[in-house]
Design a protein around this ligand. Structure first.
Ligand SMILES: [Zn+2]
Length: 61
């Protein structure tokens, strides 16, 4: 069953879970995590954030 609150689109174990770009916390099943997709030089990059707070801090850099 797919978790409708997940943006990862796949089952993620703790080992290969993405880390929050801002604070480095592993993101496993955070319901409020955020993903931003950027494209640089033709490469799609998914940046994961554990919360809106970290996303806001990253934006401010
Ligand atoms: Zn974070």
């Amino acid at each position: 069953m797919v978790d409708p609150t997940s943006d990862l689109g796949e089952d993620v174990s703790e080992e290969d879970a993405p880390e929050c770009v801002q604070c480095g916390d592993p993101i496993v099943a955070e319901t409020d995590h955020r993903v931003r997709t950027t494209v640089e030089d033709g490469t799609v990059d998914h940046r994961h954030f554990c919360s809106d707070g970290c996303l806001d801090e990253w934006r401010d850099d």
